[in-house]
Ligand binder design. Structure first.
Ligand SMILES: NC(=O)c1ccc[n+]([C@@H]2O[C@H](COP(=O)([O-])OP(=O)(O)OC[C@H]3O[C@@H](n4cnc5c(N)ncnc54)[C@H](O)[C@@H]3O)[C@@H](O)[C@H]2O)c1
Length: 364
């Protein structure tokens, strides 16, 4: 089977699950890794038995077809543009970029070079959300008319070894966690045409309590409690709250309300269930059996799907086009909050095709 040769740039916290999962996909092989901090790359190269290269060597390598960009958001654009410029496809962690202008630059360069760009999150390709999509597409809850999505926590400084970036532009709860929720909503309901938002910074400073940074002060430079309302192209209305300011909440992750019933969607930051439906006349929510596999931590399944697209020429699901639409929705929420006005989207995207019904897609 043809394999796409992957070079990983960014060997931090999230890289382990990619190194691990990439080993099990039949159409991907991690052939090299690199990082600004070459010691970190060396460590991962030793653990996962791959080659360590300097950044320049990796960009220029003839052995690498695709760069997997796992750097922090402020480096996403620079690394992606360098990789594309060197003729490599790019798959990157969310968000696509910090600014819309940079996001467009990445898509334009890829287009000009005939290369593909894909982005996380790919949790929507897991069994939980694919089951929700199957239910909606089959008319189980009728026509979707509204949705709610809530991500409420008190921030990652209690567990992340390097939490500073979460409080800078390009992160915060909206840009860090919003992509999971918005990507799922687009998959289940479709693209968005207009947004409204309110955003605030509740605590101007935070104190890290994770072991590596215990006691360090983090200056907050991005909103930490953000509410958005959006109008989908098909007429449905969505409400989103993302917060790093809340100590407790019992609100569901995502619910979709249809003309004939309601759907409770599982945590969009995971790949599995449970999925519940409540229809007219039902006294209680009914748990639905999952229709699709890939319910464990399958980070990298979007990369596997993109590798298949590179080989076959078909469309990939976790696309740069959809990531740009998600980015514009997030910017629109903040712009609306600043300007006291609705924000009208200029972008749209195709809704990805449902996954085939097999247990373990493309696993060795
Ligand atoms: N940690 C998580 O649980 C998690 C989960 C999902 C997604 N993500 C996303 O993954 C990305 C990385 O997050 P992380 O938690 O692994 O961060 P991290 O800080 O642990 O690791 C990032 C790595 O990128 C390297 N780096 C930074 N700038 C670089 C550059 N210009 N060139 C090369 N290397 C560079 C850093 O040296 C570091 O090793 C972010 O976009 C984040 O949103 C993280």
């Amino acid at each position: 089977m043809e394999k796409i040769r992957v070079g990983i740039i960014g060997c931090g916290n999230i890289s382990d699950i990619y190194f691990e999962n990439c080993r099990s996909y039949e159409n991907i092989e991690v052939v090299a890794c690199s990082d600004l901090d070459i010691g970190k790359a060396q460590e991962k190269a030793n653990t996962y038995n791959t080659m360590v290269l300097t950044l320049e060597e990796l960009y220029e390598s003839n052995e690498v077809d695709l760069v997997l960009n796992l750097t922090i958001p402020s480096a996403h654009t620079e690394v992606s543009l360098k990789a594309l410029q060197a003729g490599k496809h790019v798959y990157l962690e969310k968000p696509l970029s910090i600014s819309l202008k940079d996001g467009q630059k990445i898509l334009d360069l890829a287009n000009e070079k005939g290369l593909l760009v894909g982005t996380a999150p790919d949790t929507f390709l897991g069994g939980g959300i694919q089951t929700c999509k199957t239910l909606i597409d089959s008319g189980e809850i009728g026509k979707p008319i509204a949705a709610t999505a809530f991500m409420m926590s008190h921030g990652p400084e209690s567990w992340h070894p390097n939490p500073g970036f979460f409080y800078q532009e390009g992160a915060g709860p909206l840009f860090d966690m919003g992509p999971y929720y918005l990507t799922v909503l687009i998959n289940l309901i479709g693209p968005v045409r207009r947004v409204t938002g309110s955003a605030q910074v509740t605590f101007p400073e935070r104190t890290a309590t994770s072991e590596a940074r215990n006691g360090e002060t983090i200056k907050v430079n991005t909103p930490t409690h953000v509410t958005g309302i959006f109008d989908f192209v098909n007429g449905a209305v969505g409400t989103l709250i993302t917060s790093f300011d809340v100590w407790g909440s019992s609100l569901s992750w995502i619910e979709i309300y249809g003309t004939e019933g309601s759907l409770r969607v599982p945590d969009p930051n995971t790949f599995g269930g449970p999925v519940f439906v409540k229809k007219q006349g039902d006294q209680v929510w009914r748990e639905v059996s999952l229709t699709h596999g890939n319910t464990e931590n399958s980070r990298g399944i979007g990369l596997h799907d993109m590798a298949a697209a590179i080989i076959t020429g078909e469309a990939h699901r976790a696309s740069g086009e959809m990531a740009y639409h998600v980015l514009e929705i997030m910017h629109g929420i903040l712009t609306s909050s600043k300007t006291d006005q609705h924000y009208h989207l200029t972008s749209t995207c195709h809704v990805p095709k449902i996954m085939p019904v097999t247990n373990e897609i493309g696993r060795l």
